[in-house]
Unconditional design. Structure first.
Ligand code: SF4
Ligand code: SF4
Length: 403
């Protein structure tokens, strides 16, 4: 196994080397921004990124619309000159929050780990309460949380070591909050697939990756979590572990954001050992067609924006294509509009829904029995908009994988 895999993905842009003159004003970023496409008040990535940064040279600039950036990174993916647009838009967003203060709702959504930890301890009750129309209406009126479906909570994922020890390949599984409190079946499938492939798995102590905090202006808290996660993961990397995660946003934080936003000393070394779970299996050739049982089903595959942003191709689709008799309907990949906590916010819900509508139409046109996607929040939005069951690729692979 390679000691690391730096260089097989995008270049991390170091902000201290960045000059606003890097922006060529080509507007390519605006053409792919899902918010710019549906919300006429949104000035777009070119303005919120490099142009606002240029104005900021004399004094910080806040723009109310910056709060409408979903952080999807599609602008950065297409920029021909490596402008760190999302980071610049995030700075404009942070400055606005600093001036106005962080609303209670955003503070709650940002502290997703605390909330989920409490909610999952009394999971049946939480799900019952969150399902009550009266509670949802109250949440909308008092907090500004949209009256819409919320994630289902389960008892926290608990890992018991049953597989191989001292294997040639060993991984630390970063479950993320979704895998730990909501998608516990996904976390179980990840462990099951890895163990069937003869990989040793450990699940280290971990804190929320920080994406919900960053999205809601809680920068210091996000940095504290990054410091904790890097310390734990760095020790494991030194012992020869690779890091895998089943959540695209966690993967992006660990691979990219800890180095970009916080400039922490261990960030680059850890990042070189982080894999999306499908990327890990595909990259190391751990699954072969003959090990997979036929699955006579037809699914729609949705690639989350944060999976695309990792610049690693479509390893989940590649793996699923190995399953005999499984049909995958794949269309042009579109944003689902949920963007973590964004789609729960009352004032952003219409934008979120407008972004998602073409994707919902694609699913309806494909006549599938379910949807496969890597992201827990995309799953929630897709189930909400299409009424279909949504699965993580590892759940499907686990069903098909013999052993
Ligand atoms: S794509 Fe890049 S270079 Fe072109 S306008 Fe946007 S930020 Fe500037
Ligand atoms: S991150 Fe996404 S929503 Fe934000 S400016 Fe870029 S493309 Fe638009």
């Amino acid at each position: 196994m390679p000691a690391g895999h730096a260089g097989r993905r995008w270049n991390v842009v170091h902000l201290h080397n960045f000059s606003v003159d890097q922006c060529l004003k080509c507007s390519t970023c605006n053409t792919v921004c899902p918010v710019y496409a549906v919300n006429e008040k949104y000035p777009g990535p070119k303005f919120l990124g490099p142009e606002t940064a240029r104005l900021k040279k004399s004094k910080p600039v806040a723009h109310a619309a910056a709060d409408y950036c979903t952080g999807c990174r599609q602008c950065e993916l297409v920029c021909p000159n490596g402008v760190p647009i999302t980071h610049l838009a995030q700075e404009a967003k942070n400055w606005g929050k600093k001036q106005k203060g962080i609303p209670l709702r955003d503070w709650i959504l940002g502290h997703n780990q605390w909330v989920s930890s409490l909610a999952s301890r009394v999971a049946p009750l939480t799900n019952l309460v969150l399902g009550l129309k009266l509670v949802r209406r109250l949440g909308e009126r008092t907090l500004g949380l949209k009256n819409r479906p919320f994630p289902t909570y389960h008892r926290p994922f608990s890992f018991r070591h049953k597989g191989v020890r001292n294997a040639e390949r060993k991984v630390a599984f970063f479950t993320g909050c979704y895998g730990r409190y909501n998608g516990t079946g996904v976390a179980q499938s990840v462990v099951s697939v890895l163990e069937k492939c003869g990989v040793e798995v450990v699940v280290p102590p971990q804190k929320c990756c920080g994406v919900p905090m960053l999205s809601n202006g809680l920068i210091e808290e996000a940095k504290n979590n990054a410091v904790f996660n890097l310390k734990v993961l760095h020790e494991l990397v030194e012992q020869g572990f690779q890091v895998v995660t089943s959540c695209p946003s966690c993967a992006l934080s660990l691979k990219h954001d800890y180095a970009l936003h916080f400039n922490l000393p261990q960030a680059a070394q850890v990042a070189a050992h982080v894999y999306d779970i499908s990327e890990f299996l595909w990259h190391h050739g751990l699954l072969q067609e003959q090990e997979l049982k036929p699955l006579k089903k037809r699914f729609f595959y949705h690639q989350p924006c944060h999976t695309k942003a990792q610049g690693m191709g479509s390893p989940a689709k590649d793996l699923l294509s190995l399953i005999p008799e499984l049909e995958l309907a794949v269309r042009e990949q579109k944003c689902c509009g949920q963007a973590g906590t964004y789609g729960f916010k009352k004032e952003k819900y219409d934008t979120s829904w407008a972004i998602a509508s073409p994707l919902f139409q694609d699913v309806a046109a494909c006549r599938v029995e379910g949807i496969v996607t890597e992201c827990g929040m995309c799953s929630l939005q897709l189930a909400h908009g299409t009424g279909k069951n949504v699965f993580h690729p590892m759940e499907i692979l686990d069903q098909s994988l013999k052993g």
